[in-house]
Ligand binder design. Structure first.
Ligand code: ATP
Ligand code: TYR
Length: 469
């Protein structure tokens, strides 16, 4: 508990300082100021690098800046931890700054050791290529969804987003030239002192030279973007502070420029572990890994104690809107208005209106207990929604009973089990309790117009029957 509170105070101090400097100098533009305040209030930033640079950062933020954040395509999808970095780029874009999302196809081949206690399994060039295509399209999709569905009502035109790939500048790099020019600026002491290196050096497995060099490449990316787009600000998760520090050191040795790093807090599970690829507990942004419904449910299931923080981190709602939502939530906690709001906003950002519509219909179908809600789903949606449920295809036969259908669907081991459990009230067909095993199936009631029957035994054992015509 102590660490987050400490960070909260540290953050408040940083932003109080920025705000005071801006006010005293009267040199701020209103967009930059509201941008800074918004991020401060929302707790989006955990730390600033160098730690005492807030007044200078405040000064440069009063005019449009280029801001970048990088994502290694080590999987075919981004996850909600990465989403926070993307959201912070979007906040910058809303404040009139120019976001650059860097996809690290080159750095993915090296492998970032940050936050890992073992060496990465190397990925093939083809794998990285196909992951890159998928990450590119989700980045495009998220920025576009934000502009179309969330920013939609504002008259202000957003600065253009750039999506770049670091293989562009490493593809033709000569290793001797790179080490003799860039490598020369790095000092072994600071490189070895990085947390990501230290934790691995003391492990039994140690660390390969390849992963040790990772900081060189992320540092050079920043220098490259500084030269190409005058990019003075890098944003990353809090585990990126070591790499950001290396980049800062390289840039201050090679150029006269002052650059700044900002980190976003790590999104963690309820047990405090970082949510991400390496930890194997990611909530994905690609629908084939985590459906819009599952993403929606992740936020719907947030505990009351953290929902306000998630509203601030994951939505673009104004502070007064969040205060109103939290008032409603406190008056009627069971309504889960706050959870619903954050779930809606994230699914809209990640999957657009169609994704949100699907998430809502699936939620209704599963949780409303109304047979009608199942009719709004086609067979393929039902199959996806109940992907872990056994599915059988049956030919309709005259005089088929409830018990016959359940036995064919494999719901009970024996007919006498079926008889006993059904009569005791443990069977639901299309959300309605059925207590008579010998009932003849009725079209429109036990068989839905979309030729599906959804059987539930007990609290959560689902079976899907698809009726062939
Ligand atoms: N749980 C998280 N919370 C906040 N930011 C995160 C989280 N996970 C990743 N990030 C940030 O997203 C950016 C891209 O990270 P990356 O694509 O390497 O994801 P990752 O899940 O950390 O991957 P890996 O587990 O393979 O290291 C980095 O700035 C990273 O710090
Ligand atoms: N190292 C970052 C991704 C990244 C890659 C290249 C960069 O220039 C910046 C960031 C991560 O793994 O989380």
């Amino acid at each position: 508990m102590a660490a987050p509170i400490y960070h909260m105070f540290k953050m408040r101090r940083i932003y109080h300082k920025i705000w005071t400097v801006l006010k005293n100098r009267k040199c701020y533009s209103s967009s930059a100021t509201s941008y800074i305040l918004r991020l401060h209030e929302r707790g989006i930033f955990q730390s600033i690098f160098p730690p005492d640079s807030s007044p200078e950062l405040a000064r440069i933020l009063s005019s449009p800046q280029c801001v970048y954040s990088g994502f290694d395509p080590t999987a075919d999808s981004l996850h909600i931890g990465n989403l926070l970095a993307v959201i912070s780029l979007i906040h910058c874009q809303r404040g009139g700054h120019h976001p650059v999302a860097l996809v690290g196809s080159a750095t993915a081949l090296i492998g970032d050791p940050s936050g890992r206690d073992s060496e990465r399994v190397p990925l093939s060039g083809e794998q990285i290529q196909s992951n890159t295509e998928s990450i590119n399209s989700s980045l495009h999709r998220i920025f576009t969804n934000h502009e179309r569905f969330i920013w939609a009502n504002s008259k202000k035109v957003l600065p253009k987003v750039r999506i770049v790939n670091n293989s562009e500048w490493y593809r033709d790099k000569n290793i001797i030239e790179f080490l003799s020019t860039v490598g020369r600026y790095f000092r072994m002491g600071p490189m070895l002192s990085r947390h990501s290196v230290q934790t691995r050096l003391t492990s039994a497995e140690g660390m390969s030279f390849t992963e040790f060099t990772y900081q060189l490449f992320q540092s050079f990316d920043w220098l490259h973007l500084l030269r190409q787009f005058n990019c003075k600000i890098q944003i990353g998760g809090n585990d990126q502070l070591g790499n950001i520090t290396s980049g800062y050191e390289l840039i201050t040795r090679v150029t006269e420029e002052k650059v700044f790093g900002l980190t976003v807090p790590l999104v963690t599970s309820e047990t405090g572990d970082k949510l991400g690829k390496s930890a194997g507990n990611a909530v994905w942004l690609n629908a084939d890994r985590t459906s819009p419904y599952e993403l929606y449910q992740f936020y719907i299931n947030l505990p009351d104690s953290s929902v306000e923080k998630f509203l601030k981190l994951f939505t673009f709602l104004s502070d007064s809107e969040i205060t109103d939502i939290m008032k409603k939530q406190k008056l009627k906690p069971d309504s889960r208005v706050a959870q619903k709001k954050v779930a809606e906003q994230v699914v809209m950002l990640v999957h657009g209106e169609t994704g949100l519509d699907q998430a809502r219909r699936w939620t209704e179908a599963l949780w409303s207990g109304k047979a009608e809600s199942l009719v709004n789903l086609d067979q393929s949606e039902l199959q996806l929604l109940f992907k872990n449920a056994p599915t059988v295809e049956l030919l309709p036969e005259p005089d088929l009973t409830v018990c016959d259908m359940c036995m064919k669907a494999g719901c009970f081991p024996t007919e006498s089990d079926a008889d006993r459990i059904i009569k005791a009230g443990g069977l639901y067909i299309n959300h309605r309790r059925v207590t008579e095993p010998d009932f003849i199936l009725v079209h429109g009631e036990h068989i839905l117009p979309n030729n599906v029957s959804l059987i539930r035994v007990g609290k959560k054992n689902y079976y899907v029957v698809k009726w062939l015509s």
